[in-house]
Design a protein around this ligand. Sequence first.
Ligand code: NAD
Length: 455
Amino acid sequence: MIKKILKDQKEYFCTGATLDVSLRKKSLKQLLSVIKKRETEIAEAIAKDFKKPLFESFITESGIIEDEIKFMLKRIGKLAKIKSAKTPVFHFKSASYIVPEPYGNVLIISPWNYPFQLALSPLIGAVAAGNCAVIKPSELSPNTSAIIAEIIAESFAPGHVCVINGGREVSEALLDEKFDYIFYTGGESVGKIVMRKASENLTPVTLELGGKSPCIVDKTADIDLSAKRIVWGKFLNAGQTCVAPDYILVDECVSAELKERMVHYINKFYGNEPRYSSDYARIINERHTARLVGLMKDCSIYFGGDYDEKEKYISPTIIDSPSWESPVMNEEIFGPLLPVINYSDLDAVLDIIRNRPKPLALYLFSKNRKTERKIMMTVSFGSGAVNDTIINAGSAYIPFGGVGSSGMGSYHGVKSFETFTHYKGVIKKSNAVDVNLRYPPYTDKKLKMLKKILG
Ligand code: NAD
């Protein structure tokens, strides 16, 4: 089946249909209208997968996709245009231009944690840039994967975009095929498999991976507001957000106050018994629940720590001062556990961050502009925010992506178009003039003149 679908998509791409910008626009408009029409069903499917609150689904799944499509529709005409470029004087007499060319047939592999958004967001860039695409959503969020397949079938010709659902074997079989671009979102270990397989065909890749994203709170920060924004960004989606603050580094002078205010906001947002709150999601499956329960073991729990493995429930939990060597500080948490580590010397903790794998995100809560500048200029991370959490993943105006072990390549907004585009440079030479300087026989006189021209 995979081979047949790919053959059809390759044939469809070769017809040149997707080079027509109006077709790209028409398909994106159709996608937008189908998503709008089925907004409630999408949220219900995600809720079936892990009790994600409907409100959260709207703001972080369908809403964000609708916004991205509208953003792209406004710019696609300009982005797809051939652009003229300058030409060096030694190529006299020529004109240059750049052709934004679609790669061709692309593969998008997505994870379960924002199951709708992470399958569709790269697709917007792929379609806008004129590619055909196969999407392989996650098998761990089957209800969402099923509705994604229906929505795509309702919006695109199968030769243009189609969904192939299935687990690891399907993903592996797809990676055995030759695509022109692979866009993968998920964990680091599978990211390595994807890159290895892609290298066999020299297929370019974007890898959107995870990691441990630090959140620094210094003593100049507005502690109450910081606590509120950290609690929101950490416990949204029950902490299963690639850019969630993984752990907090707080100046010891304000640590007690920050923890007290975080507890206040956890209670305010989710009540005294978060398990009964309709605003609090569940862990995706029993394996991940058991993993998180294991991470809590031997930790000093400051707040929370309740769980029900059968229910896949873990309460919002604050962990006090774990050691840097403890398990919870050595793997991406990807759940509602929030370690808090105090510091007395900011430079020392910045060195620790620099010596660990490069994080996907970094958050700083501070009113000190010098501290902000120092951290933003000297610590490497994918993207970040000052005085807030996770909003860096929700803007079409800045690129989003990892660096080092948190990934390679980026997307969102214009960057999504660029990611799925090969920029083909062309120089067109005039036949009216032919400067003899470059042709043999080479002479000292020619060399002198060349040096003069080149300055
Ligand atoms: P997952 O288990 O759903 O896997 C992701 C995809 O890889 C799925 O479609 C799955 O079928 C496929 N897959 C699994 N094993 C495979 C194999 N051996 N070969 C080929 N394909 C295979 O998701 P996950 O990996 O648990 O996702 C969570 C991770 O993703 C976290 O580390 C998180 O930080 C990261 N993430 C990153 C971003 C980002 O934008 N950078 C976004 C969301 C999640």
